[in-house]
Every structure is written in C-alpha cells, then in structure tokens.
Design a protein around this ligand. Structure first.
Ligand code: ADP
Ligand code: NG1
Ligand code: MG
Length: 466
C-alpha cells in the first residue's frame, strides 16, 4: 500500500458538519467561553489522542510505529483578541487560567504546568518562520477528554490543537506533515525528548484507519486491521506525567549512548550517529543483524557513566554535552544492551505486524496477538517501562479473553491495549471491570472513561462558526 498523499492542514469544516451526537459538547463549550470572555468563539479546533498498537519507544530511534487515533480528543474554542494578548482557560477548573503576550512566548526550563503544552503549540507556529507579522492574540477555552498521563497522548493532542489554533488564527497554511514535524520539535520545550509518533497521528489520522508512521521523511500508510477483533483500551489508573520525571529522557539517552557505543566500536563517526536507526542505515544491516551486533559488542550488565566515557574516549563534561540532557545528568548507570535489544526487536515486530495485516491468513489474529504479547514482555523486561498495576491489568485482560495485550504509550503507568474477538467483547468487558476496577475503590468510579473499545478517530480539524 502507498503512503497517503500529504494534504494541506487544517481541513476547515463548517460547524454544521459536526455530527449531531457531538454537537452538545461544542454548544456547552460555547456557553463556557461566553461566560468567561463575554463574547462568542470564532472557531473550534480538535486534535485526537491515539492508541499505539505496536512500536513502543522506537520513534525517537528513527523506527516506524503503528498507532491509530482514538475518538477522545482535545477541543479548543477560540477567538482572535485583536491585540497581542493570549488568554487561555480550561473547562476543567483544576487547570489554572494563563495569560501572556505573543511578543514573549517563553517556556522556562523545568516548568510542568499544563499551559506549557499550549505554549508549545504556539511556539511551533512561531518557529515555522511563516509569520509575516506579530502573531495574533487569542481567547481560548480548552476542553480535553483524553485520559491524561495515561499513554494516550493527551499532551501532544493539546500541543497540536493549539498549533492549529495559531495557524488558523494567523491565516497560515501548512501540510499535515509540516505541522506534525513542527509540533514534534516544539513539544520538546516541555522537557521530553520524544519522537514524532503522537504529533504525526494527531494530524495524519483518517477515520477508520490505523497508520504505519515512518520517519525521515515522514509518511503515513493505511493499515487494514483484521475483521472479527476489537482493540480495547484499559487504563491502569496509574498516572505518569512524562515531563515531571526523568524516566522518559533516561530511555532516550540510553538509546543514544547505545547507538554511539556501537558506532564507536565499529569505527563509524559516533558523534554524528545519535539514533540506533541511523547506525543501522549506515551499516546497511537488517534488524536480525543489528540484534546480533548488540550481542557481540555490548555487555548485558549496566554500563557506568565512567565506562561509557572510557569507551567513547571523552571526559564526563563532554559526554554531558554530546549525549545527555538536563534531567539526565545525574544518571550513573545505563542499561545499553537491554534497551538496544528492545528497540531492534520491537522495530522488527512493527514490520511483521504490518506484513501480517497486509496479507492476512487464517491465523492472522493469533500472529498479531503473539507480537503484541512479545512487545509487552520486551517493554516490561528489557525496557523496564511497565509497572506492577499495568502488568496485572495486562494479565487480567489475557485471562478475560484478549488474544494479545500490551502496554501502550510511554508506560510506567497508563493504558493497556488488548485485541479481543468481537464475539467475546461483552464478557471481556465484564470480567475486566470486575477483576481490575470493581476490586479497588479508587478505580471503581473511573471505569467508564477507563475501559472502552477504541473507535478509530479522525485527524485534527478546524470548525468555523459563521
Ligand atoms: P500523555 O500520555 O497523556 O501524553 P503526558 O505526561 O505526556 O501524558 O502529558 C500529560 C500532561 O498534558 C498533563 O499533565 C497536562 O499538563 C497536559 N494535559 C493533558 N490533557 C489536558 C487537558 N485536558 N487540559 C489541560 N492539560 C492537559
Ligand atoms: P506518551 O505516553 O503519549 O506521552 C511518548 C512519546 C512518543 C513515544 C511514546 C513511546 C512524546 C510527545 N510522546 O508518548 O513519542 O516515544 O512515548 O512509544 O514524547
Ligand atoms: Mg505525552
């Protein structure tokens, strides 16, 4: 299958195109907007969350991933302010109001408040270099229904949504892939050095389609999921705010160091080779050869920081500059072997998943299930990005009729995605509800938003109120 043709973003729709069952939410947001700002919004922007079916923690290593957008999204009602002032409020009163000027969109390092994600979106447009004049000021009201810090990409949905608000308010046109790339870079102002999976699917998703997202150059190719199964999301209810801890960036750095050590040992230009995928491209090896190379060149015990310096032939100060980042400077141990083994084996599973979907045979769901289960084991054991609650939830899902189940998103909490035969969906939901949610008083009240069969959502869009 060919990659989907890139198209201009935003798709601008009229308010009347919003399906009737969704209109109520928009109308409520108009009323909250009016109460807050004493005026009508001029337009809405929505950007979806996503569930990643397979390909975890490999986008930032340069490898393809296989997500689909979910129905849950971030919705922003907006109006131009007529000056340089930006006012941002949230329908959920737990999130404090914020205001600033478009003259000074600064994000202080280490700030983890919610409005920073909103600012990242504005920065994406500012950094595009396309603004011919001062960015227009805005009144915005945000309404998000993606479970947050749960691996469903609520952060990127917010970044992408606010970028599209700024693009539309300033009459700028971009392609979907341009916006995805701008937002990928700008979300790093929040502190996490992520890949581009979340921002790419937020813009490039199409209703009813899972996508193989490939980087450098960025493209999205439809993946036809097999019939007879449903993908169910279940939230462990353990929140993990990626920008507020070092877990995520430590993994990015471990992959970078693994790439650089392999490159150095093979006499390549290790300073230029910061991604495992780039090392593979340079070597022109296939993925099984890369796995063998890791086994040959790296040892399974953790590397100390000193040992990494000795291997690369540099002092600690230089290592801090070439390979580490702000919140990882304190780290003294790096599990390079395990992390690289995860990345190359996971990248291989993504290719196999896509190939099985493209040429389905009678055992297709069994084969996909095995890949999902292997992916979870690799995330848990080699990448160490699961947690006890998530492991227990994955086991409950498997015992309740899922063929395959795995953590989705960055992990250390958040959601599992399970492939469930359609005819067993009802009993699966009942079982998981009883065993994981109703058995715990804190989870019992959250079951509706925490356990759902995912409907494949659409990409980001603007709705004009005329
Ligand atoms: P995720 O896996 O959901 O992307 P992250 O830890 O990357 O989790 O980002 C979660 C952060 O995104 C939240 O702490 C909050 O700052 C922001 N966020 C997500 N949803 C909303 C929302 N509806 N309103 C305001 N901020 C939100
Ligand atoms: P979540 O869990 O949605 O914040 C993060 C990264 C992705 C990817 C996954 C793990 C960002 C914005 N998102 O997602 O790029 O690396 O973890 O596969 O950094
Ligand atoms: Mg996120």
């Amino acid at each position: 299958m060919e990659p989907t043709k890139d198209s201009t973003c935003p798709p601008i729709k009229n308010f009347s195109e919003i399906p009737n069952d969704k209109k109520k939410r928009y109308q409520e947001l108009i009323s909250v907007f009016q109460q807050k700002y004493g005026k009508q919004p001029q337009f809405f922007v929505q950007a979806p969350g996503r569930v990643n079916l397979i390909g975890e923690h490999i986008d930032y290593c340069g490898y393809s991933v296989l997500p689909m957008a979910v129905e849950q999204n971030i919705l922003i009602a907006a109006a131009r302010s007529g000056d340089d002032k930006i006012f941002v409020a949230n329908k959920d009163s737990n999130y404090a109001d914020f205001e600033c000027s478009t003259n000074n969109l600064t994000i202080a390092e280490g700030t983890t408040s919610w409005h920073v994600y909103f600012l990242c979106g504005l920065k994406a447009i500012e950094d595009s270099g396309q603004l011919q004049q001062q960015m227009s000021g805005l009144y915005c009201m945000v309404d998000g229904v993606i479970p947050k810090s749960a691996g469903l990409s609520s952060s990127s949905a917010l970044v992408c949504c606010s970028a599209l608000v700024a693009a539309f308010a300033n009459n700028l046109k971009f392609t979907k892939s341009e916006l995805a790339e701008l937002c990928t870079v700008s979300e790093r102002y929040c502190g996490t050095q992520g890949g581009g999976m979340d921002q790419s699917i937020a813009f490039m998703a199409e209703e009813g389609q899972a996508k193989l997202i490939t980087f450098n150059p960025l493209s999205a190719t439809n993946v036809q999921l097999p019939s007879g199964v449903v993908f169910v999301v279940s939230n462990s209810c353990v929140e993990m705010h990626k920008a507020a801890t070092a877990n995520f960036n430590i993994r990015v750095v471990e992959c970078r160091l693994a790439a650089q050590l392999i490159a150095k040992k093979l006499g390549l230009d290790w300073l230029q080779l910061k991604k495992l995928g780039d090392v593979q491209k340079t070597l022109k090896y296939d993925l099984p050869q890369m796995l063998a190379t890791v086994q040959q060149l790296l040892h399974a015990e953790a590397y100390t920081k000193q040992e990494v310096c000795t291997e690369l032939g540099i002092e600690e100060d230089e290592l801090n500059k070439t390979s580490l980042c702000g919140n990882t400077l304190h780290v003294q141990q790096f599990k390079l072997y395990n992390r690289a083994m995860h990345v190359f084996s996971e990248a291989n599973r993504v290719h196999q998943f896509k190939a099985f979907c493209d040429n389905p045979d009678a055992d297709v769901t069994q084969k996909l299930a095995k890949l999902m289960n292997d992916s979870h084991s690799s995330c848990r054991d080699l990448y160490e990005c699961s947690c006890p609650e998530l492991d227990s939830l994955v086991n409950i899902c498997l015992q309740s009729g899922a063929l395959g189940s795995r953590l989705t998103g960055a992990g250390w909490g958040g959601c599992a995605v399970s492939m469930v035969p359609t005819e067993q969906l009802k009993s699966f939901m009942e079982n998981v509800k009883t065993k994981y949610y109703q058995s715990d008083s804190k989870r019992a009240g959250k079951v509706t938003e925490s356990l759902f069969a995912s409907k494949l959502g659409n990409g980001a869009a603007v709705y004009e109120l005329t």
